[in-house]
Write a protein that binds this ligand. Structure first.
Ligand SMILES: Nc1ncnc2c1ncn2[C@@H]1O[C@H](COP(=O)(O)OP(=O)(O)OP(=O)(O)O)[C@@H](O)[C@H]1O
Ligand SMILES: [Mg+2]
Length: 340
């Protein structure tokens, strides 16, 4: 990938995505590393580490340096970021690209500065930060600059970020709402209680993505064979799980997610509420790919909702578009002001 110049990066808790100027998304890998317990040396990064999750040998641990948007292991995060940036831009000696990076709004100033230094070490000349809802909005094709209100729900792994945006600023934001992982966790609990079967996180994710729906749409009989450990006999066991069961399993986190979203909308200032009523709400993030979620949210809040094309790519693409059209979007970079 020698010819790549400037890059946009979405440093998510579940996945890291990189957009290269003029090329589009060039990297999409899980934000995980496999690490040797004792020596702390890194065995694998990204997809290779993810494949080991749940079946790693005793001396190896698969770690997520970002959890629920917070940096849990700064050293590992730095190693992972360096690995992926060098993978995309190559080893640079003369030309040094620029980057726009989006990271959770909960990162503190020291952490942000250290990440920028890490980017410099990886060969990036200048890194600027873009807040996540603005990146998601730009990446989904919304023109965020005019004095018109828009609403974004970015459904990530651990959290969903709900934000109202106007005039290139975040007017109100809630980052505490549950994300897509809550559905997978609920599937694990349900299968354990109902079928006495212990399944791993990856199996639960696969079930959710393959047959999960936010509510029943009349095809509840579709089923998927899944295997795990029988909690009574201790032996491996296979069952068929139906779409109806998966929807039932996800009911609680679905209710929590809807309550969180409603809470933000109910507090919108009247003019913004009026704009959101006209423009509807844009869903982005990997969690927005859950079948039927758009309809369920729309029915609950009685407002039109749209799912962005390639929702998981919006934040990285938004960072990339800002780089490509600096004269138009440059004002979004740095410390975007917040109004509560
Ligand atoms: N096809 C699908 N159906 C349902 N959910 C999906 C699908 N594909 C991915 N997801 C879910 O999307 C979530 C990850 O989304 P995403 O990659 O946007 O998160 P992230 O940006 O890394 O997280 P965060 O923004 O919270 O830091 C996971 O919960 C994953 O299970
Ligand atoms: Mg994200």
């Amino acid at each position: 990938m020698a010819a790549i110049e400037d890059i946009g990066i979405d440093l998510g808790s579940s996945n890291i995505l990189v957009y290269a100027r003029g090329k589009g998304i060039v990297l999409n890998e899980p934000s995980v590393l496999a690490v040797d317990h004792e020596s702390r040396s890194v065995i694998a990064i990204g997809i290779e580490a993810y494949k080991m999750m749940g079946r790693e040998p005793n001396n190896i641990e698969v770690v997520r340096p970002l959890q629920s948007g917070a940096i849990r292991d700064f050293d590992m995060l730095g190693i992972m970021l360096n690995h992926f940036v060098v993978m995309v831009i190559g080893k640079r000696v003369f030309s040094r690209p620029r980057a726009v990076l989006s990271i959770s709004s909960t990162a503190n100033e020291l952490e942000k500065r250290q990440l920028i230094l890490g980017m410099l070490e990886a060969g990036v000349r200048r890194t600027q930060l873009l807040s996540r809802p603005l990146a998601a909005a730009v990446g989904s094709g919304i023109n965020v600059m005019p004095h018109v209100g828009h609403m974004i729900i970015d459904i990530g792994g651990a959290n969903s970020h709900v934000a109202a945006i106007a005039s290139g600023e975040i007017m109100t934001e809630n980052t505490e709402i549950v994300g897509g992982d809550a559905f997978s966790d609920a599937i694990i609990r349900y299968v354990r209680l109902k079928h006495n079967l212990l399944i791993g996180t990856r199996t639960a994710e696969d079930i959710k993505c393959a047959i999960g729906t936010a509510r029943n749409f009349g095809d509840a009989d579709i089923s998927l064979p899944i295997a795990g450990r029988n909690l009574v006999s201790g032996l491996p066991k296979q069952i068929d799980i139906t779409r109806n069961e998966v929807t039932e399993a996800m009911e609680d986190p679905m209710r929590t997610m809807l309550e969180g979203i409603r809470g933000v909308i109910e507090r919108l200032p009247p003019e913004l509420a009026n704009d959101v009523f006209d423009n509807g709400i844009m869903l982005t993030g990997g969690g927005a790919m859950l079948k039927g979620l758009q309809e369920v949210i729309s029915d609950d809040i009685k407002l039109p909702c749209f799912t962005a094309d390639d929702p998981q790519e919006c934040v990285a693409a938004g960072c990339g578009y800002v780089l490509e059209r600096m004269e138009e979007f440059g004002a979004l970079l740095g410390d975007a002001r917040r109004k509560k």
